[in-house]
Design a protein around this ligand. Structure first.
Ligand code: FAD
Length: 309
């Protein structure tokens, strides 16, 4: 089995940027991706805060990033998750979804986060049949229909604005008494006439047999429950770190929130095992993930060359 210098796990902005920087240092790399290229950024409806691009979709930005990596000669291995990882001596052995194995001198964990589930009755059962965690992917199926967006943080609010552009009616449901988004979105929400904001409101159940038919909600002040008839429910209630692989490695420390601990060299508590992007628990933004990916690749280079121990 051919041994590579750096195995990159995840093709979000952290993983792809790490790949670009590693190739500029002549490291041999492979980039493994369990799903499709682009990570969470590819799911962002609009990106308006990545320097150089005033407005483009998250998908477009990630196509540009992965195109850059491809131009340097590396194709991302999509739908080829790293299932298992072990450190044997100074090397890492990775078991891949396609049944093969890979050997690497260093590894970069850039697995990011996944959408939290509320585990409500009906949520799992109706997933893919009206329940979604990605408006960008499933929003087009809700054109002219009634939808609810659960969660009033930045992700929920931006997706509510996006969905209400084409839905006949949209409800933005927030558990706390106020929305938790950036101020910049508040006038936009007010302007969107078919978007109704329900604050201090809890979703109790997703209703429907074959597909979503409604949600049951509770006013947290009055305790009053009611049913809203609709066809689509989009959940944006937070993110959980995808730390399964770190947990498999003996000695890789994880903090109380599930984020992987790193030092000033982006190295975890396992030598040669680096982490970058949302999985480290720093600012969950594309530019930050990209910057961490760049730094991690340069530190991995030093490790491969014996400069960093
Ligand atoms: C809806 C939404 C809107 C957003 N909007 C913005 C915005 O406007 N501006 C901004 O700056 N940021 C935004 N963000 C945040 C930004 O998307 C993230 O901070 C960024 O994508 C994190 O990058 P990452 O590379 O660390 O992880 P991710 O982008 O999460 O990528 C991780 C990748 O690793 C893969 N993976 C996981 N496990 C494995 C495995 N075992 N094997 C192989 N691959 C694996 C995943 O499939 C995923 O593709 C938004 C996020 C969301 C969810």
């Amino acid at each position: 089995m051919q041994k590579i210098d750096l195995a990159i796990i995840g093709s979000g902005p952290a993983g792809i940027t790490a790949g670009i920087y590693a190739l500029r240092r002549n490291l041999s790399i492979r980039v493994f991706e369990s799903e499709a290229v682009g990570g969470q950024t590819a799911k962002a409806v609009w990106m308006e805060n990545y320097p150089g691009f005033t407005r483009l979709t998250g998908f477009e930005l990630m196509q540009k990033m992965s195109g850059h990596l491809k131009m340097l000669g590396v194709e991302i291995e999509e739908a080829n998750a790293v299932k298992k990882i072990a450190k044997i001596g100074n090397e890492f052995e990775l078991e891949l979804e396609d049944g093969s194995k890979a050997l690497a001198k260093t590894v970069l964990l850039a697995t990011g986060t996944e959408n939290k589930k509320l585990n409500l009755p009906g949520e799992k059962e109706l997933y893919g049949r009206g329940v979604s965690y990605c408006a960008n992917c499933d929003g087009p199926f809700c054109k002219g229909k009634r939808v609810a967006i659960i969660g009033g943080g930045n992700s929920g609010v931006t997706n509510a604005l996006y969905l209400s552009e084409t839905a006949s009616k949209a409800f933005l449901v927030e558990f706390t008494p106020e929305l938790n988004c950036d101020e910049v979105y508040l006038p936009l929400i007010k302007k969107q006439k078919n978007l109704e904001v329900l604050k201090n409101t809890q979703v109790i159940e997703v209703l429907g047999k074959e597909k979503v038919e409604g949600i049951k909600i509770k006013d947290r002040k009055t305790g009053k429950e009611r049913i809203i008839a609709l066809e689509g429910v989009f959940f944006y209630v937070g993110l959980s770190p995808r730390n399964e692989l770190a947990k498999q490695l003996f000695g890789a420390e994880i903090d109380s929130k599930g984020f992987v601990k790193i030092d000033e060299h982006m190295m975890t508590t396992v030598k040669g095992f680096f982490a970058a992007g949302d999985i480290t628990g720093n600012l969950a933004q594309t530019i930050w993930a990209a910057a961490e990916g760049a730094k991690a690749a340069l530190e991995a280079y030093k490790y491969v060359k014996g400069i960093l121990k």
